[in-house]
Design a protein around this ligand. Structure first.
Ligand SMILES: NC(=O)c1ccc[n+]([C@@H]2O[C@H](COP(=O)([O-])OP(=O)(O)OC[C@H]3O[C@@H](n4cnc5c(N)ncnc54)[C@H](OP(=O)(O)O)[C@@H]3O)[C@@H](O)[C@H]2O)c1
Length: 278
């Protein structure tokens, strides 16, 4: 997997947007970011369909991750298999490079869904298994369930950005390091806010100032610096900034070649730390 992918939860496949999605997908492949993150629930399947349409028009191979939503009425492996089949049909593919359990809240045990995922790996429908929004304890449960089938847990997708550093304090980043699991960071640019400092609070505007200073020194943008910081934080981090425009993908790809000095990394680290409450 490349260290940066493209989030597609706003790819809604309306005819008027499809040409833009095709250009966005092509820009990502040109820039070495040919890894697309989708889910069956994004725009009720329209995001998966939009990726499939754009990929067919482009013709180049790409990596795709999608997610199974364990909704309360979904209780059996057969329902999982049927949902996966529909995902593959929408994407126009025979297999997924990575398939996640979208969230752990389900009347069904995590191990049951992992067993269904393992069967799909054996059947050649999934290449790697991930989970999303899971705690370190849930990561351990999922990894143990998969280990019975000699399948490693590949990823835990959680929210992680300079404005949301919870994975550092709740143990998820540490668990990813110890278990050698990718931490796939969603909302890595806080919906676009991380580069502009549009949120108010002294800690956050200090962050925007620091990002701008570092960006100016590199002839880069603040968003690129924010993404480069996440990637430099740990080798296990893969970020999937959402984008529906080719210019955003091209800008974000610049983070892949942006090397921060130790001083710059530390200055951003200090500026983004939460302001202590008095
Ligand atoms: N597992 C989960 O539960 C979960 C939850 C939320 C999201 N996700 C995944 O994570 C992905 C990323 O999260 P997200 O899309 O919510 O938030 P995000 O990546 O932090 O931000 C996406 C927003 O930033 C804008 N943007 C992208 N590049 C930019 C740039 N260089 N400069 C300024 N603005 C820029 C995008 O605009 P344009 O659209 O105009 O390009 C979009 O409005 C999603 O697409 C989805 O695949 C997963």
């Amino acid at each position: 997997m490349p260290a940066l992918g493209v989030g597609t939860n706003r790819w809604n496949a309306s005819a008027s947007n499809q040409a833009r999605f095709r250009d966005t997908l092509a820009a990502a492949l040109d820039a070495g970011m040919g890894f697309f993150d989708t889910a069956e629930v994004y725009s009720f399947g329209r995001s998966e369909r939009a990726i499939g349409t754009a990929a067919r028009a482009d013709g180049r191979p790409l990596l795709v991750a999608s997610k199974f939503a364990p909704l309360p009425h979904r209780l059996t492996a057969t329902q999982f298999e049927s949902a996966l089949e529909k995902t593959l049909v929408r994407l126009g593919r025979d297999s997924l490079d990575l398939h996640y359990l979208h969230f752990p809240y389900s009347p069904v045990a995590l191990s049951t869904w992992m067993r269904a995922m393992a069967s799909a790996v054996r059947a050649g429908r999934i290449r790697a298994v991930g989970i999303s929004n899971c705690s370190p304890a849930q990561m351990r449960k999922a990894a143990d369930a998969l280990a019975r089938y000699d399948i490693p847990l590949a990823a835990n997708q959680v929210q992680y950005s300079l404005l949301h550093r919870k994975p550092e304090s709740d143990g998820v980043l540490g668990a990813c390091q110890r278990m050698d699991v990718a931490l796939v960071a969603y909302r890595p640019i806080a919906g676009g806010a991380v580069g502009t400092g549009s949120r108010k609070s002294s800690g956050r505007s200090a962050l925007a100032d620091t990002l701008r200073e570092v960006a100016a020194a590199h002839g880069a943008s603040a968003t690129q610096v924010a993404l480069a910081w996440l990637l430099a934080r740990d080798d296990h981090v893969i970020a999937i900034p959402g984008a529906t425009r080719p210019e955003h993908v091209r800008e974000n790809a610049g983070a892949l070649s942006l090397a921060l000095s130790e001083e710059e990394f530390a200055a951003i680290d200090r500026a983004s730390a939460p302001t202590p409450s008095r």
